[in-house]
Design a protein around this ligand. Structure first.
Ligand code: SAM
Length: 376
């Protein structure tokens, strides 16, 4: 995700990846098969992990067909595996990604027909092998998708009508905020509980995709189930105890029910407590230093209600939450001004396509009136 490359690189370093290099909206690394399993299981801020298998310069569609045809696909595919192709292009020579996918498919199918007399079939929804084609100017990278469905689908969320924050974004902003499980934590507008669950997983060092039903690599011909189980066990052995409290409030009873379901699905009920409260009528109940991260409603545009709402956020923090590092993410940049506190950090991020700000307010203890942190 834009803005989270450094966080992802840091996660990879911690996990033991090698030759880690940050790109734009991507990070590359090297590791063995076991590390590929571990990366899928543990990386909190990766959306997908792909394994490059081939790359070449390409002039036009015929050239693409010939080079894909010439490649030895037998290591990855056989006539009885199904496959799908995803293409992204950023090139003047190629304009239609669907057409490129079609060309690549034809080349693979023709190659098998010519060599084996039989061909693998396409299955767009549940393929055995998903192939990624990325054409950048005149260069084509061919990779295997090791993850399958986006890694934000952790497996703990039941269907919801609330617009929840994407799990990868939630983990990313928590890590950006410096959350490491060394204090109490509150999401005062928790909705379906995404930030609470991701925060608890970080605090306890739980592999984030432990509840996920499947990864694409499980369908690969060389899948080593024993190795994967060993990796799962060794990651679970590295979980740590958490001695603070994680709490979530929401004024909507339906949100609290949904959050509780998700917390139960993630087996985190012993760490997270949720309650139906209007944040503006609460005060800091915890003795310890408090770390707040939340995404308040942002409204479509600024109106009196939004002005009032964001002003209430500022007033509540200032008057009732001394000793708190409060972070919030919003795409309503106008409404943000009405919080009325000077942010000590302001980071540009994207919430899907919406440009947003992730801002920090230091609310000091020791004085009734919060002192503002003057650094920008
Ligand atoms: C953008 S959603 C949060 C989504 C959440 N992060 C998730 O992953 O599901 C904002 C939430 O704030 C709640 N909310 C709005 N005003 C509130 C208030 N005064 N006190 C507590 N919750 C409030 C809404 O009910 C809604 O669930």
């Amino acid at each position: 995700m834009f803005g989270f490359e450094e966080i992802l690189a840091k996660e990879l370093r911690k996990l033991g990846g090698m030759n880690i290099e940050q790109g734009v909206r991507s990070v590359s690394f090297e590791g063995d098969t076991g590390f590929m399993y571990k990366a899928n299981l543990c990386l909190r801020t990766a959306i997908k992990i792909v394994k490059p298998i081939h790359s070449f310069n390409v002039l036009n569609e015929d050239d693409l067909y010939n080079k894909i045809y010439a490649f030895d696909w037998s290591e990855y595919l056989s006539p009885d595996t199904t496959f799908a192709i995803d293409t992204t292009i950023n090139s003047e020579n190629f304009t239609h990604s669907l057409y490129v996918s079609q060309k690549v498919k034809d080349a693979i199918v023709d190659k098998f027909r010519d060599t084996d007399g039989e061909r693998p079939n396409v299955d767009i929804k549940f393929p055995d092998i998903r192939i990624n084609i990325h054409i950048q100017k005149d260069h084509c990278n061919v990779a295997l998708d090791t993850s399958g469905r986006s890694l934000h689908q952790r497996g703990y969320k039941t269907a919801t009508n609330i617009a929840p924050i994407n799990e990868v974004l939630a983990a990313g902003i928590l890590l950006l905020s410096g959350w490491d499980g060394q204090s109490d934590f509150l999401d005062p507008m928790c909705g379906s509980g995404t930030l609470l669950i991701e925060a608890a997983m970080i605090a306890c060092n739980i592999p984030v995709n432990i509840n996920r039903k499947e990864f694409a690599f499980e369908k690969w011909p060389d899948y080593d189930e024993e190795l994967f189980e060993k990796i799962v066990d060794s990651c679970l052995n590295k979980t740590r105890e958490f001695h603070f409290k994680i709490a979530g409030y929401d004024k909507a009873p339906s949100a609290i029910r949904k959050a509780q379901d998700n917390i139960d699905n993630a087996n985190l009920a012993e760490y997270i407590k949720v309650g139906q409260f209007n944040f503006f009528e609460t005060e800091k109940s915890m003795e310890n230093h408090l770390h707040i991260v939340f995404n308040p409603p942002y409204g479509e545009r600024l109106n009196i209600e939004m002005e009032e709402f964001y002003k209430n956020i500022g007033d509540t923090l200032k008057q009732h939450y001394p000793g708190t590092d409060a972070w919030l993410i919003t795409s309503n940049l106008e409404a943000l001004k009405f919080v009325g506190l000077r942010p000590s950090r302001k980071i540009k991020v994207f919430n899907s396509h919406l440009e947003s700000r992730f801002v920090k307010y230091n609310i000091y203890s020791g004085s009734k009136k919060a002192k503002y942190n003057k650094e920008q």
